[in-house]
Design a protein around this ligand. Structure first.
Ligand code: UDP
Length: 237
């Protein structure tokens, strides 16, 4: 597989073309941003951890019937993925109130929901990723009704898998964000990453935050938290 020109540089990853039009290479950076890019920094070693963690979770999800873009880990920071056209939706699943949900609805962080919730934001930095419902998504032509149904089914199945997975190593999955894409034949598959950048993960025993909130909230111990969550993942059978 030949790595060709860089196609795109995002906040946390770079994307390269390959000599196969159906495949891309993503390269994970240590750069971290928050609050729509207002806060910038570096989390040393994050790129390696996010790459490896996301790949392991994606590989497991594929075996559970959740199709996704993961093809092959090429190196510590680089992975071969299927090329997709990203559906501009941030799909957020929550098990426990935190972050923008707590703020928006005035609910204390840590309130456990009876059932998981799902919400969508329009992936658009210029607009600040506004919240939107499925009828808005249809009106904007972001996705079809059937695609949204598929995305919702997959997102809830991912939640079910991830919750159990993390529970088994003493970690509580609070919430997370997913992105989906369309392959060249129009099939919806899971894309982007699943990492401490995109999930809230709390140590079940102590409540300690083991995710990007330590960076967002200037709590310190960011690198250690990423290392600890990777260590937990590695203890999983
Ligand atoms: N999230 C993300 N990217 C975003 C917004 C949110 O990965 O652009 C993740 C975030 O890490 C958390 C979940 O989605 O695990 C819910 O985030 P929330 O809506 O509470 O927003 P935040 O408080 O992070 O602004």
């Amino acid at each position: 597989m030949k790595k060709l020109c860089q196609l795109y540089e995002g906040k946390a990853k770079k994307v390269y073309a390959t000599d196969d039009p159906e495949l891309l290479i993503v390269s994970y950076k240590d750069d971290a941003t928050a609050f729509n890019g207002l806060k910038k920094g570096t989390i040393k070693g994050k790129g390696v951890i996010n790459n490896q963690m996301s790949n392991r979770l994606m590989a497991r999800l594929a075996t559970m019937g959740i199709p996704n873009h993961f093809v092959e880990e090429l190196s510590e920071r680089e992975t071969l993925v299927r090329r997709v056209e990203i559906v501009p939706l941030e799909v957020i699943v929550r098990n426990i109130a935190a972050g923008s949900f707590s703020k928006r609805y005035g609910v204390e962080e840590g309130v456990v929901f009876d059932e998981p919730t799902i919400e969508y934001s329009y992936k658009n930095d210029a607009l600040g990723d506004p919240l939107l419902n499925t009828s808005h998504a249809l009106a904007l032509g972001i996705a079809t009704e059937q695609e949204i149904e598929t995305i919702q089914t997959y997102a809830l199945a991912v939640n079910h898998f991830l919750r159990t997975f993390w529970e088994e190593v003493g970690v509580t999955l609070v919430d997370f964000k997913l992105e989906f894409g369309r392959t060249s034949d129009g099939t919806i598959i899971l894309a982007d990453e699943i990492s401490p950048d995109t999930c809230r993960l709390w140590d079940t025993a102590t409540g300690e935050k083991l995710d990007k909130d330590r960076f967002r909230r200037d709590m310190g111990g960011v690198e250690n938290a990423y290392q600890e969550i990777m260590r937990r993942l590695e203890t999983h059978s």
